[in-house]
Design a protein around this ligand. Sequence first.
Ligand code: BGC
Length: 798
Amino acid sequence: MRRITAALGAAAMLSAAAVTAASAGAATTAARHNARHNTRTTYLDPHARTADRVDDLLGRMTLEEKIGQMDQIVDEKLRAPSNPSDGNCSGSNADPLQQACLQKVLISDRTGSILAGGTDNPTDNTGKGWADMYNAVQHYAIDHSRLHIPIIFGVDAVHGFGHPYQATLFPQSIGMGATWDTTLAHEAGAATRQQLVATGGNWDFAPVQDLARDNRWGRYYETWAEEPMLSGAMGAANIAGMQGSAGHPQVAATVKHFAGYSQSINGHDRGEEQLPIRYLQDTFLPSYAAGIDAGAATVMVNSGSINGVPATASHFLLTTELRQRLGFKGVVISDYGDVPALQSAYHVSADLADAVAKAVNAGVDMAMEPDNPSGWDAALLEDVHNGSVSVARIDQSVRRILALKFELGLFDHPYVDPSQADAAVTGNKPLARQAADESVTLLRNQNDVLPLSKDASKLVVTGPNADSMTNQLGGWSVSWQGAFGGGQACCAGPADQIPPGTTVLDGIKAAVSPSTQVVYTQDKSQAVSETSNADAAIVAVGETPYAEGLGDNPSPALTPDQQSLISALEATGKPVIVVVIAGRPLGLGPAEQANGLLMAYLPGTEGGAGVADVLFGTVNPSGKLPVTWPTDAPLQQSGFNAGGASTLGDEPKFFDQLPGTNSGWGSGYNPLYPFGFGLSYTTFKVSGLSASSSVSRHGSGTATFTVANTGARDGIDVVPVYVHQPTETAGIVVPPQRLVGFARVDVSAGQSKTVHVSFPASSLALTPADIDGTEVPQVMAGKYQVQVEDMSADFVIG
Ligand code: BGC
């Protein structure tokens, strides 16, 4: 749990640049300069091998210096309203960097990493302001530390680098998941890298590889999908783009939150997770594993407890699963404050020293501590002295951390060029629009009401999300809870820091012909009376921003006001198009009957243009739900909720749920819209499925089929490839279908394309044995079936 501090208030400023100048001038002695440029010092030699540089540096470090490398401290601890003489800093993010605070955290406490988390923006919250701040902190660490070790600087760039307020932001991951476009995920990762490389964030706490299986959870929108294959494919591509060249990443990506973080028993963030090892291994770990296999440099630990053990203290999770079974070799960081939480929240440690020992011995390399560097130092030192943590274990972690710093090039080119930063954070707008275009998912199109004509004579635009950049960005945008703090009392941000971009209203106005009258109003009766003589009403509804536990919602639904507005518009008899801008499927109420229904997710700064592109047919929609949209209809039909007006979803609901013995009574897979659903303005016919008839356990199968565009418009079809197992002979219940691959096929009207989708047999692995199975998953021999739409093809795994 992060702290909640207001981000307001001006203070006497010592600018980042001033700190740089002062500190560099006072402390960069000729001797230090010589040491840094003495290429006979192996660790300072850019041409030496990373392993040799690490060995050399490690050999020169004291135990205290090693311990400091394993700590990450929030940048607020480098700040204070005025420079305290004792380095006792208690600044907020609005305070300037102070020399005494830098000295205390970076030099006296030898801290190896700084975090600028959700609310920790510099006063000058521009690309340049970030670059200046980063350079100032980095200069201080390098110039003043005995061995000139750079810090690694962590930020949360979860849909682009969302903090500088003019930044271009992509759709949140749930919208990116709806594109099913791994090339796009790669490009968005690369664009985020450009933003970070220019501003100094060399460690990105993204992507989230958790699965969206419970829409009550406030972090649902940070995930790609509800199931592991799509999530893994999108995450792997994103990581490759974000890190740049393998082996020498420009930015370190983070697979988080390892593992099973989304699975709290009641939809609340950071709670109790009861997760059978079979479910963990067969359903959740493959999503994280795909990111690890793509070369992710770091992993962040789940904040919750699993089966009664805090993940941060689980040797089984962080060493057996992560290192030994998944083969991860990089740096493991705890989540925010989770090491001290072993004492303060979980009460599995009597004191901080024991908490630190438990985390480090479980496999944590670095603690996102976040604000007590002296406490960390003392605790880990005590652990070494009393024998509860070995120096060998510390060396192992410090090696990983130093290797990452070397590979990122931080010893060789540690600073960024602030003059490039603003352009870098504001670039990539066409890519953000493409992402929005591809994500928008058409759920209902009664009588082909869409696309609307650009020459309509009158359109009414209304609803709380029609002209709200803040709402379409969601959390982790400018600030933790969203731009303007999401309007939440806890976390208000500067009101004037709303990123530029296009809202739905902007997009509509830009799309229509000059003769079209666009009436925008937030007044319900005016909206209704204007609609009565309009061609159509477009009503944008959904959610306001949130992040983490503040977004947990026991009953996610359109608000009563939104539902009443939609009902009133529908009563006019005119076409009503509902655009949902939200981080998750919501109970829709009357929106289920709207003539047109679009899910836009949280579409980013260019989201309004993306919505308009689909509304007016500039783009033929290709977005497909990466999650299931639950419904309460089965409950109503079965009499339990007869006549009730509730729009509560029948949740959790996901397509690969296991079959039971009472699926006729509402417990089967009966969503409002299934996983993978999304309409197009053209029609497709998929035919001619064939598949490899025999697949080895360590090999791959291939499905081949033809996608024909049978309509009048060019379009993109997304075709999921599932595997069905008629009988699982080892006695393990398997989902009726498991997603093993997909094709995203661009087909012109009247044309067809034949595609091949290959899938590794390992994606069908199951954990053997009875209810208590904890063994390594295995690919079971037997009969299987590839399923594509209504076709199937048998194959065996021998
Ligand atoms: C979140 C992480 C995030 C970290 C740093 C935590 O509260 O759980 O996902 O990376 O803060 O901001």
